[in-house]
Ligand binder design. Structure first.
Ligand code: GLN
Length: 243
């Protein structure tokens, strides 16, 4: 973070942006601007280098083949690991989350190396895809309200000792490994299966990333009327679904 300028990097919109994950960049950008921050947003296509000077990096979900291509390019480009070494914040969704781990199963059915930025690894679930709305109670240390989101994934993610679950599901599959956990995090690196986009349904997550970037405990209030209406509707609807 330099003076009052927040550098927001959206990685590979051409490969990883399913189910409106682009909205995460829009919401982080808007909520930062509402706090008077000057936001420089950089959308990094997969044929471009990942800058190392960002404050917040966002990576979305994707189909199996684009996910493999994105992993190949991100392994060749050391920008993201270097940014994390510099203390950058990374928030990843679904395919992006799997790529941040040690490995996942690619579209060819092979083990594909990830970046190892999160101590997780993903396998291919044997059962039905996890598809539908999710409710999850976040790690209390993050001081976030109930998370609501939409998931659609065949991958199952297993957590190692080096991460904590982002949340525990009360509806939906989440990591799908039989532990009831959803997502993972360590320090400034986060992964989740939640689309929605997750920031639109949970603006407190966007605010958390901004607070981490500013290294502050609180932000000036910003209107959440629209987000609250969406949250209320989605949480009520998901709570009514049979388990
Ligand atoms: N292709 C991955 C899976 O099915 C991720 C899907 C996604 O990002 N929605 O597990």
């Amino acid at each position: 973070m330099s003076d009052s300028s927040l550098r927001l990097v959206w990685i590979y919109p051409d490969l990883l942006s399913t189910y409106g994950d682009r909205g995460n960049a829009l919401v982080v950008e808007r909520r930062a601007r509402q706090r008077g921050l000057n936001v420089q947003r950089v959308d990094v296509r997969s044929d471009q280098p990942v800058p190392t000077s960002g404050d917040i990096y966002l990576i979305g979900g994707g189909e199996d083949r684009p996910q493999r291509l994105a992993a190949e390019r991100l392994r060749q480009d050391s920008g993201l690991p270097r940014a994390v070494d510099n203390g950058a914040i990374v928030f990843s969704v679904c395919a992006g989350y799997q790529i941040l781990g040690h490995e996942f199963i690619n579209d060819l059915g092979q083990r594909e190396p990830g970046l190892g930025l999160l101590d997780v690894w993903s396998t291919r679930g044997e059962g039905a895809r996890n598809v539908g709305d999710v409710l999850a109670e976040p790690d209390q240390r993050l001081a976030l309200p109930t998370l609501t989101g939409f998931e659609n994934h065949q991958g199952v993610t297993h957590l190692g000792q080096g991460v904590a679950p982002l949340a525990h599901v009360t509806a939906g599959g989440g990591n799908g490994d039989g532990t009831g956990t959803e997502g993972a995090w360590r320090d400034t690196v986060f992964g989740t299966y939640l689309h929605g986009p997750v920031m639109a349904r949970n603006p407190a997550v966007a605010d958390l990333l901004i607070k981490l970037a500013l290294d502050v405990n609180a932000l000036p209030p910003a209107d959440t009327t629209w987000y609250d209406a969406l949250r209320t509707e989605r949480i009520a609807s998901t709570s009514r679904q049979p388990a």
